[in-house]
Design a protein around this ligand. Structure first.
Ligand SMILES: Cc1cc2nc3c(=O)[nH]c(=O)nc-3n(C[C@H](O)[C@H](O)[C@H](O)COP(=O)(O)O)c2cc1C
Length: 188
C-alpha cells in the first residue's frame, strides 16, 4: 500500500489539503497528516470546523495525525518510509524555512527529510503577489528536487463550482504523485 504524508500550513486554501487527504484515502493509500498551528487556525477560519472534525470525515486514522510541534514523532526520521509528502497549502513561511534548511516544526522536518532522502515532495504555495524572496526560495526548493505545484486552478475544463476548482488543484497534486484519479476531466 502506498504511503503519503499530507501537511497543511497556515496559507489560505485549507480545503485543498483536506480534499487531497480525502482523495488519497479513497484511492486506498495509507495517509498520514500534520497541521501546523497556523494551519489549524486557517482551517477553522475558512471552513468553520477544526481539523479534527475534517480528519474524521476524510477517513484519515486518528493515530496518523501528528502534532506539528512534536519533533520526536515518527515522520521526523528518514527511517519512516514514505512514497511522498505534500504540503498543501504551503505558506511562504514554510517555503522559506525548508528552503533555508531550518527545522522549526515537524512539517519543515518532513520537507527536509524528503529532500535528503530523494523522496517525492510536492509543495502547493498560496501567496499573491510573490516577492523576490519567495520566488528565490521556491527556485531553491525546485533545484533541490521538490515539485512546486501552485494552487492555481485552470478554467479550460469549465468549472462550475468551488468544489470543481478545488478538485482541479487536488487532481494536479495526485498527478504529481503518480496516482490515478477522476478529480477533473482531462483535456482531449
Ligand atoms: C487567515 C489567514 C490567511 C493566511 N493566508 C496566507 C497565505 O495565503 N499565504 C501565506 O504564505 N501566509 C498566509 N498567512 C500567514 C501564515 O499563516 C503565517 O505566515 C504563519 O507564520 C505560517 O506558519 P506555518 O507555515 O507554520 O503554517 C495567513 C494567515 C491567516 C491568519
Amino acid at each position: 500500500m502506498r504511503k503519503y504524508l499530507v501537511c497543511i500550513t497556515g496559507a489560505s486554501g485549507a480545503r485543498y489539503g483536506i480534499r487531497v487527504i480525502q482523495a488519497l484515502v479513497e484511492s486506498g493509500c495509507e495517509v498520514h497528516a500534520i497541521v501546523s498551528r497556523w494551519g489549524e487556525r486557517v482551517v477553522a477560519e475558512e471552513t468553520g470546523r477544526a481539523f479534527a472534525a475534517w480528519a474524521d470525515l476524510t477517513g484519515v486514522a486518528q493515530e496518523r495525525v501528528y502534532d506539528a510541534e512534536d519533533l520526536s514523532a515518527p515522520p521526523a526520521s528518514g527511517s519512516f518510509r514514505l512514497d511522498g509528502a505534500v504540503i498543501v497549502p504551503c505558506s511562504m513561511n514554510s517555503v522559506g524555512a525548508i528552503a533555508s534548511g531550518v527545522c522549526g516544526n515537524l512539517i519543515h522536518r518532513v520537507g527536509l527529510v524528503c529532500l535528503k532522502e530523494k523522496r517525492p515532495l510536492v509543495l502547493v504555495p498560496r501567496e499573491c503577489p510573490l516577492s523576490l524572496i519567495d520566488l528565490k526560495n521556491m527556485a531553491t526548493l525546485a533545484a533541490a528536487g521538490a515539485v512546486i505545484s501552485p494552487a492555481a486552478p485552470a478554467f479550460y475544463y469549465k468549472p462550475k463550482t468551488i468544489d470543481d476548482l478545488i478538485d482541479f488543484v487536488a487532481g494536479k497534486i495526485l498527478d504529481n504523485l503518480g496516482i490515478e484519479h477522476g478529480l477533473f476531466k482531462r483535456w482531449e
